[in-house]
Every structure is written in structure tokens, then in C-alpha cells.
Design a protein around this ligand. Structure first.
Ligand code: FAS
Ligand code: PHB
Length: 392
């Protein structure tokens, strides 16, 4: 097989890149190791920044997102038994976020790709990348008992944290930065109405909790749990009982419980790869970086990487310019590190860290009191939460 860009991974990064390249007339093939249903079954992000919304519109796929997505102009912080609203819209001169599940965005991207009859290989095994430091990179994979080869101009590594692309880079050519947090997020999805109009981030003596949503009838909740916890040990009743203990009276009264549609524990880590370009192979999305989900940045960073990478490929094919390709890594990393900082800061502020002792706890409470009482501090939170502007 021959294509211009071989994309590894059919998550949001790979699918969005494929759609943008297709719209620009650039041929691409996506190779995905799981089935399409498996990819759709993963419950992940829920919040879209304006940069992501604009990119989905640029891809021509914003119709359902705008029809079903919920525009949110604020979030609430709950600590010491009191809720404090952060007016995202007011502190950022009118910016909002949108509640629209990653699953729905992935579905929209998959359906558009199938409708355009673009080549996507699902359930591929033994995927490998070759000669990406030459002008003739290749991808090989097995499917239906046969080995296949794709000759291409470029490889886009959109294969997530556990993918093959970053793992194929020679050790001396890459630097990895990592911080692992001493807890995980136990997430539950249910067809029950949200406890509040906006998201509630709670810092309580029992640990962090997040009340999020997917629609007016579907809720997404998270609890900070020890890394040693197993999801099998958490019955739905145990989850609802623990969540209830981490809410204030109003939310506790409004809480509607129901059977879980999905329940999982995700570890939290901060991770960045430098650089993101290796000859003719480029990393985008979780393949190149991971953030703790507290700041709702993971999916949105994947989108901004794809914005830069699609622009660079379009520039190369239309103008035979390599400027965008040469600057891809630096442009992405500047935005990535700011999102890493915000996600680390918000995680450090909202979770319990017993190892920091009573002094650490008092400092955390003082920072929360300062944050909700200072327009400057609340503005800093708001402008990072809605997403920093994307620089050309
Ligand atoms: P993805 O991991 O989504 O996609 C990579 C794709 O590559 C996958 O389909 C995988 O099967 C495929 N792949 C892997 N190896 C391959 C190989 N060798 N060959 C071919 N294909 C291969 N972000 C938020 O903003 N908010 C959240 O609440 C949130 N919760 C999360 C919970 C969990 C458990 C995880 C893991 C992540 C969460 N994230 C969250 C982050 C998440 O949304 C990612 O940022 C987003 O999926 C990034 O998209 P991609 O870069 O496309 O990576
Ligand atoms: C979600 O709805 O999954 C979600 C929302 C906000 C976050 C993290 C996850 O910060």
C-alpha cells in the first residue's frame, strides 16, 4: 500500500488528523490495533476547549457537537463544606467550555471517515514503524494472517501512551519527563441526572471528588482512590455511598443514583516526551504527553497537537515548505508544558496528599481560600481551564 501520511492510532488524535488531511486533499491511512467498538467503549474525556471546538468545526464535523454539547460558563470548587463558583466566562472576557464526551466526538469522527470511504485498518496486530529517519518511512502490520506494508512520506504517531511509535525511537534520541501521583481516579458513568448545572470539583477530608456530566440525563463521577484499589472491589452502592460522603448537603440531596454503565480506575501521571519529531515520524496526543485529568486537558492537548501537525503537512504539500514541520515540536511543547503545569497545580490543589502532613494541608486550604477570594487568582485558573490561546 502507498499513502502520503500513515497514521498510527484511531483515537481522537488520529481520527481528527485523518479528517483534516482528507479535507485538504492529503491521502492518509489509519492503522488501529483495536476494533472500532473497543475504541468507542473507552469512556474518557468530557470537556472541550474552544480550540478543540474550532478544530472540529474546521474538520466539518461540528453539527452534533453544537446540537448536543452543553456550554458551561463556570465550575464550582467545594472545600470546607462550602461551594465557590469560578465564573469562567466572566474572568476570561466571555470564554466557555463545552461538555461533549470524547466517545461522542470519536463516534462523529469515525462515521465521517467511513462515509468518506477512507482507509482505516482496525484490529491490526504487530504494528511496526520503519525507516522514519529516512525519506521513505514504512509501516508494517498483520491482518487476517497476512503481513502488510504501507510506504508513506510521513508517519503520525497517534497511538497513545502505550503505543509503538514512541517506543520505536532510539533511547539516545528522546528525553522523557514523568511524575506519577500516589492515587488514581475511580470513574463511574450512569444514566442519572447531574447533581448540579455545572461541574463540582471537591477537596474533602475523605479525598477528591468530581461531579461531571455528559448530558442532562447522563452523569460522570470520579473519586480519588488509593493506587492499590481494584475496580472489582467497588460495588455501585459503595461508590454512591462514598461519593455522597464527599458532597455538600445540597448535592447530596440532589444526588440520583443508578446502575453504572461503566466503572474504571485510571492512574494519574504527568508525562512529556522531548522532542516530538523524529525524522519523518511525529508524535501527537497521548503518544507524546499525559496530564492528570483534573484540568481536563488531555483530549484538548491532543487537538492542539493535531492543529499544528495538520497545518505543517498541508504547508509541506501545498507550498513545499518544511517550516511547519521543522517547528512542530517546539510549538507543541510550549503549549504542552503550560497545560502540564496547570494540570499539576490543579491536581495538587484539589487532592489529598497525606504525606504532606498537617502543615501541607493548611497551606492547601490557604491557597483555596486565596483563590476564591482573589479576582487575579481566579482569573488565572479560569484562563487556563478554558484553554490558553493557540499561537500560530
Ligand atoms: P488515545 O489513547 O485515545 O488513542 C490512541 C489509539 O492508538 C488507541 O485507540 C489505541 O488502541 C491505539 N494504539 C495503541 N497502540 C497501538 C499500536 N501499536 N498500533 C496501532 N494502534 C495503537 N482526558 C481528559 O481531558 N479528561 C478526562 O477525564 C480523561 N480521562 C481519561 C481516562 C483514562 C483511563 C485515560 C487513559 C485517559 C483519559 N483522558 C482524559 C485523556 C484522554 O482523553 C486522552 O487525552 C485522549 O484519549 C488522547 O487521545 P489520543 O492521543 O488519540 O490517544
Ligand atoms: C469528565 O467529564 O470526564 C471530566 C471532566 C472534567 C475533568 C476531568 C474529567 O477535569
Amino acid at each position: 500500500m502507498r499513502t502520503q501520511v500513515a497514521i498510527i492510532g484511531a483515537g481522537p488524535a488520529g481520527l481528527l488528523l485523518g479528517q483534516l488531511l482528507h479535507k485538504a486533499g492529503i491521502d492518509n491511512i489509519i492503522v488501529e490495533r483495536q476494533s472500532g467498538d473497543y475504541v468507542l467503549g473507552r469512556i474518557r474525556a468530557g470537556i472541550l476547549e474552544q480550540v478543540t471546538i474550532d478544530l472540529v468545526d474546521e474538520a466539518g464535523l461540528g453539527q452534533r457537537m453544537h446540537a448536543e454539547g452543553l456550554v458551561h460558563g463556570g465550575i464550582e470548587l467545594l472545600f470546607k463544606g462550602e461551594r465557590h463558583r469560578i465564573d469562567l466566562n466572566g474572568f476570561t472576557g466571555g470564554k466557555n467550555v463545552m461538555v461533549y464526551g470524547q466517545t461522542e466526538l470519536t463516534r462523529d469522527l469515525m462515521e465521517a471517515r467511513a462515509a468518506a470511504d477512507l482507509q482505516t485498518v482496525y484490529s491490526a496486530s504487530q504494528v511496526a514503524v520503519h525507516d522514519f529517519d529516512s525519506s521513505q518511512p514504512r509501516v508494517t502490520f498483520e491482518k487476517d494472517g497476512q503481513v502488510h506494508e504501507i510506504r508513506c512520506d510521513f508517519i503520525a504517531g497517534c497511538d497513545g501512551f502505550h503505543g509503538v511509535c514512541r517506543a520505536s525511537v532510539p533511547e539516545g534520541a528522546i528525553t522523557e519527563y514523568e511524575k506519577v501521583y500516589p492515587f488514581g481516579w475511580l470513574g463511574l458513568l450512569s444514566d442519572t441526572p447531574p447533581v448540579s448545572e455545572e461541574l463540582i470539583y471537591a477537596n474533602t477530608p475523605r479525598g477528591f471528588a468530581l461531579c461531571s456530566q455528559r448530558s442532562l440525563t447522563r452523569s460522570r463521577y470520579y473519586l480519588q482512590v488509593p493506587l492499590t484499589d481494584k475496580v472489582e472491589a467497588w460495588s455501585d452502592d459503595a461508590f454512591w455511598a462514598e461519593l455522597s460522603l464527599r458532597l455538600d448537603d445540597e448535592a447530596r440531596e440532589r444526588l440520583v443514583t443508578g446502575p453504572s454503565l461503566e466503572k474504571s480506575i485510571a492512574p494519574l501521571r504527568s508525562f512529556v516526551t522531548e522532542p516530538l519529531r523524529f525524522g519523518r515520524m511525529f508524535l501527537a496526543g497521548d503518544a507524546g504527553h499525559i496530564v492528570p485529568p483534573t484540568g481536563a486537558k488531555g483530549l484538548n492537548l491532543a487537538a492542539s497537537d493535531v492543529k499544528y501537525l495538520s497545518t505543517a503537512f498541508i504547508e509541506f504539500y501545498r507550498e513545499r515548505s518544511e517550516a511547519g514541520i521543522d517547528h512542530y515540536s517546539q510549538r507543541c511543547l510550549s503549549r504542552i508544558w503550560k497545560a502540564e503545569r496547570f494540570s499539576w497545580w490543579f491536581t495538587s490543589l484539589m487532592h489529598r496528599f497525606p504525606e504532606t502532613g498537617e502543615f501541607g494541608q493548611k497551606i492547601q486550604e490557604a491557597e483555596l481560600d486565596y483563590l476564591v477570594g482573589s479576582a487575579a487568582a481566579s482569573t488565572a485558573l479560569a484562563e487556563n481551564y478554558v484553554g490558553l490561546p493557540i499561537k500560530a
